[in-house]
Each structure stands twice: as C-alpha cells, then as structure tokens.
Design a protein around this ligand. Structure first.
Ligand code: HEM
Length: 407
C-alpha cells in the first residue's frame, strides 16, 4: 500500500477502500492488527466512540525489542503526556490549560504578526524571481508564527525545524525503524528541555505569550504543590513540544498542498487571482481536498461492535480522514477541487469531537493570509516543473519542494 505511488497520490487507494466497505483489517502495522476506516461516517465516529481510547502512544513503541524500548523509555514517558494521547478526565484539564494560550480571540490578535511574517518571506522571494515555494515559504511561515505565539525566540527556529522533521518521520509512519525512533527521541527530549527552560523564565518574568498564559492557568488550578510542580515543570514542557510540532508540520504541509491543488486547477487559480477576497473559500476547499494530516488513530479498550465488525482489545482503529474528505456519499464530485462548495459537512481535517484541533483558528488564519497575499503580490505565479517529490510519510502529507516562477 505505501509505495512511492501512494505518497504521490493516495486517493485512488482510498477510493478502492471506500468502494470495498466500511472497515478493512490490516496486519501491516503489527500488534493485534489495525482497522482502516475510509468512509466519512465511520471515520467521524472513530473520534467520538466511547469504546475507543486516545491513550495509544505506547503502541508506537510496542514493536521494538526490549533493549530498544528501554533506550526509548524517557521518550515514551514524555510523548504519552501530549494532550492528543489523553482521555478524560486528564484530557479535559490539559485542553483547558492549553486553550488559555490558543483561544480564538488571542489568535485574532495575531493577525498583524502573521501578516508581517508573510510579507517578510515574500520580500525575500521577490528578489529571486524563482524560488522554492515549500522550502522558502510554506515550510518557514508556520514555525515563525507558532514560535511567536508561544514566545520562542525566532533565532531558535532552524533547530526546531530539524526536530519537527525527525518527530514527523516517526509519528507519521506507524512501524518506523528503530533508527527513526532514536532520532525522534533526541528531538522530543531536546524540545522538552528547551521548554523547561522557557517555562522557568516565564515564571520569573511573565510575558504576553501562550507559555505564560498556560503557566498562569496551571497556577490557578486547585491541586497540591507537588502535583503542580510536576505539571508546570514536566508535563507543560512536554505539551509545548507537542504544540510546536503540531503547529508547524501540519500547517506548512497544507499551505504547500493548497498551492499545489491550485496549480493543478488553473481555472480556480485564475478566479482566485481575479478575486483574492475568495481566500476563505479557497482555504475551506484546500482543507477538504488534500489534508496534511491523513489519519488519526484510536485504541480498542474492550471488545465491541463498530460499523458491523467486532473490534478486539488492543487493536488500533485508523480514521482515514484524507479518504473521508473525498467520500462520494457526502461530497458531490469529491475528486474535484471546487471553490465555493456549499451545504456539505465539515471535512475531518481537524478531527472531530473532544480532540478537535486546538490550533485550527491559527492554521486557517495563516493559510488565508499566506494564499491571499501570495496571489495578490504575484498574480502570475506558476510552477516550474510538474515533477514533484512527496515526503514518504503515511500521515503527514506534503511536498519536499516546489520551484515556482513569479513572472
Ligand atoms: C492545517 C493544519 C492542521 C491540521 C491539519 C491539524 C490536524 C489536527 C487533527 C486531525 C487533530 C485531532 C487528532 C486526533 O483526534 O487524534 C488535531 C489536534 C490538535 N492540534 Fe492540530 N492541526 C493543524 C494545525 C494545528 C496548529 C497550528 C496547532 C497549534 C499551534 C495545532 C495543535 C493541535 C493540538 C494541541 C491538538 C490536540 C488537541 C486535543 O487532543 O485536544 N494544530 N490537529
């Protein structure tokens, strides 16, 4: 299933899976087996079914030998603290703390900062005439923005980019080799240490940033001092590492995927260039058409019936959101990129239910500003080559590079 053809275009495989049924069993990822859920209705249920748990990070490590697992112990301990791997009641507590830093009204205040970052990157590109849209724009914008929201020094971002890539290679590829897990461990622990330092600085000297707000939210919660110390100095830095990764990887890939979709649909691109105010509709369709987070998974806790099959404890269930967003039962002519769709349900790109993406407002703001400013400033933007390389990643779909010409 996961060859170069799949990474280039997974959608024919998904069409086949949707046509063949609601649920597909696979032993490809080891363990007790995995169920793939390709249709919209089933995939949406995966996010909300009480029989499915989000506590699944240990499954990323089960495949390794006892010796490798021991080497990765600290990684596994930090990784499992990420909010996306928590069930209630812990999930609710951390979600609330993190919302303090990423609420919609705070994100709206970020508009001027995001615009400045977009303008600066486009200034750099303008001088060159041709540039790599991914490496010089889509890849850089989200890390600069998420770093600014969190209060991280922009000079740190090159290191963060390398770490985010190592985490994506592990997290986005179930069954990744031990070498990939070791690199991801280095990255996660380095980020954890970085944010431990930043949290300590913000306690000493609060600022108007997300890390300060999350510290203050924890300080206001009723708990004993030992638990508070652990939450602030250990779990919060782990959450910050997760946030930085989540905020960068998915958004940069989606900006690239959106531009790629526009290039492949010249009439839609022409309409957008003529009317840049279509930005919100373009982004809505780009989010459906080619998501950068192709799936989300859950763990079966107890045997139960789901979409007419019996799930067994320890099995993994994967909502193939990239496929669900192209489900012909739900979207009309889903393989077409069409700005201005109406009356269709929300795509599953940002998930569904209690783990619904905490950064969706920020991601949408970045995408709208990035694409609108781009077509306004460079209305003749064109790709230089149709031959494109996609990252070899099952979950985090994105391009490695895309050379474009401005005039
Ligand atoms: C286009 C960009 C993005 C996409 C496609 C995306 C996708 C997703 C998805 C599918 C989930 C749900 C995962 C699950 O239920 O298993 C999720 C959760 C999450 N996202 Fe995003 N995301 C994006 C941008 C961001 C940004 C910019 C941030 C923060 C700065 C962020 C932070 C998070 C966090 C913290 C969670 C976990 C929420 C929870 O468990 O309650 N994401 N995202």
């Amino acid at each position: 299933m996961f060859g170069a053809d799949f990474y280039r275009d997974p959608y024919p495989v998904y069409s086949g899976l949707r046509a063949a049924g609601d649920m597909h069993f696979s032993e490809a990822f080891g363990g007790r087996g995995t169920w793939l859920v390709p249709r919209y209705e089933g995939a949406a249920r995966v996010f909300n079914d009480p029989g499915l748990s989000a506590v699944r990070s240990h499954r990323f490590f089960d495949q390794y030998s006892p010796q490798v697992r021991q080497e990765l112990e600290e990684f596994a301990r930090v990784f499992k603290q990420w909010v996306v791997f928590l069930d209630p009641p812990d999930h609710g507590v951390w979600r609330k703390v993190m919302m303090a830093g990423f609420a919609a009204h705070r994100v709206r205040r970020m508009q001027a900062d995001v615009e400045r970052a977009v303008d600066a990157l486009l200034d750099d590109a303008e001088g060159a005439g041709t540039f790599d849209f991914i490496g010089k724009f889509a890849y850089l914008l989200p890390i600069l923005v998420v770093a600014a929201v969190m209060g991280v020094d922009a000079r740190e971002t090159p290191r963060f980019l390398a770490w985010a890539e190592d985490i994506a290679s592990f997290f986005g590829n179930p069954g990744a080799p031990a070498a990939a897990a070791r690199k991801a461990q280095e990255a996660v622990l380095a980020l954890h240490a970085h944010f431990r330092g930043l949290v300590a600085q913000r306690i000493a000297e609060p600022r108007d940033d997300a890390v300060t707000l999350m510290v203050q939210a924890l300080q206001a919660l009723p708990m004993d001092e030992e638990a508070r110390h652990a939450c602030i100095h250990d779990v919060l830095p782990a959450q910050c590492a997760g946030l930085l990764f989540a905020g960068h990887e998915t958004t940069s890939n989606l900006i690239g995927n959106a531009m790629h979709a526009l290039f492949r649909h010249p009439q839609q691109l022409e309409d957008f260039v003529a009317r840049p105010e279509l930005g919100p509709q373009v982004v809505r369709e780009a989010i459906r058409y080619d998501t950068s987070a192709q799936f989300s998974s859950r763990l079966v806790e107890q045997a139960f019936e789901f979409c007419a099959v019996r799930l067994e404890p320890g099995q993994i269930v994967i909502a193939l959101t990239g496929s669900a967003n192209r489900d012909e039962r739900v979207f009309s002519q889903p393989q077409e990129f069409r700005i201005g769709r109406t009356g269709e349900p929300q795509p599953l790109t940002f998930g569904n239910g209690r783990h619904y993406c905490l950064g969706s407002h920020l991601a949408i703001l970045e995408m709208e500003l990035a694409l609108r400013k781009l077509v306004t400033r460079f209305p003749r933007l064109q790709p230089l080559s149709q031959e494109l390389e996609w990252t070899a990643n099952f979950n985090f779909r994105g391009l490695r590079s895309m050379q474009v010409r401005i005039n």
